[in-house]
Design a protein around this ligand. Structure first.
Ligand code: ATP
Ligand code: MG
Length: 308
């Protein structure tokens, strides 16, 4: 099956008289597999929106190649535009039209006429039905963002690019958007998501890429990066504290009376920890573990420069 998106050695240098040359993307490669939600993560200015602008053909890569469903975006941009739906990071507000009109115009832009059924479905699905006769300027920020999502989906794209779709969105709406994104995935749509909410990426994305200063520093399974770059915390309540020698890789984080907390490599099993500490099972009253998160892994890569 053809990959919905293949980005190969893509570079982007912006040049302007005032700023000179800015290397925004420095040789990035990754692909999105059919039906997956792929998370592109990175701090402000890392190059995420620049990559999305190149995928949507708004910007040309300075070097490298981007393929959407097997076709080069540069040589076949009409094909690319049909396959892709994009929710841009910046909300654009058109003041003079209501939601229905905007979605009709947008369908027309893709050559889709008589799109009422699809438009009604999207308005209902995104909780905009009762607002459909409002002008954009009469919408709240969260409603505007939902309208952007409806716009991106009018022509039933097969690849959806979401550039921070939940920025500034309240908790309830955020969780309903997650559900919606999962439903889109079930319909077979492949999704590229950029977000600063690491919890969101952890919940939605099987694979993530971490981009820092224009370079992709990680690309792979979300759980893989968590395992590799974070540790597990194990808290035990013991009847009494035996003498132990800490096994290799295990740290004692704290001890208060008979409650002890250890940090262990995430691949070390609890059984191996107990055996390594020589704690007999009848001494153990209770045990809790906490796995590392994508947020911890991300901070380790981006701030502390952990190597992968
Ligand atoms: N049109 C432009 N001309 C010159 N430099 C630009 C232009 N657009 C972006 N840049 C620069 O390219 C770099 C990457 O910006 P980009 O918008 O891709 O980052 P981002 O990862 O999307 O960040 P954020 O999380 O803040 O949205 C930044 O240094 C930015 O200043
Ligand atoms: Mg951006």
């Amino acid at each position: 099956m053809t990959a919905p998106l293949e980005v190969s050695n893509v570079k982007k240098t912006y040049t302007s008289p005032k700023l000179g040359a800015v290397d925004a993307v420095k040789g990035v490669s990754f692909e999105i597999r059919p039906g997956e939600i792929y998370g592109l993560l990175g701090p402000n200015g890392a190059g995420k929106t620049t990559l999305i602008s190149m995928i949507t053909t708004l910007e040309n890569p300075s070097e490298g190649d981007i393929k959407v469903f097997g076709e080069s975006t540069q040589t076949n941009s009409a094909f690319t535009k049909k396959q892709i739906g994009v929710v841009p990071q910046e909300i654009v507000t058109q003041g003079f039209f209501n939601l229905v009109e905007i979605l009709q115009f947008h369908s027309g832009y893709y050559g889709v006429w008589n799109n009422k059924e699809r438009i009604d479905y999207l308005l209902k699905r995104l909780g905009l039905w009762e607002h459909k006769h409002k002008l954009v300027k009469q919408l709240s920020g969260g409603m505007k963002r939902r309208l952007m999502i409806a716009k991106a989906l009018v022509h039933k794209p097969k690849l959806l690019l979401l550039d921070e779709p939940t920025a500034g969105v309240d908790l309830e709406l955020r969780t309903s958007l997650w559900e919606f994104v999962r439903d889109l995935q079930k319909e077979g749509i492949s999704i590229l998501l950029t977000t600063h909410y690491l919890q969101e990426a952890e919940a939605l994305c099987e694979r993530v890429g971490i981009i820092s200063k224009g370079s992709l520093v990680f690309n792979g399974e979300t759980q893989g990066i968590i395992r590799k770059l974070t540790r597990r915390t194990v808290e035990m309540d013991l009847k009494s504290i035996p003498n132990w020698t800490l096994p290799e890789g295990v740290q004692l984080l704290g001890q208060r009376e008979n409650r002890v907390t250890f940090s262990t490599p995430s691949e070390m099993s609890v059984g191996a920890l107990l055996a390594g500490l020589s704690i007999p099972s009848d001494l153990l009253l209770d045990l809790k573990t906490r796995e590392g998160s994508l947020e911890e892994a991300f901070l380790n890569v981006v701030q502390k420069g952990a190597s992968l």
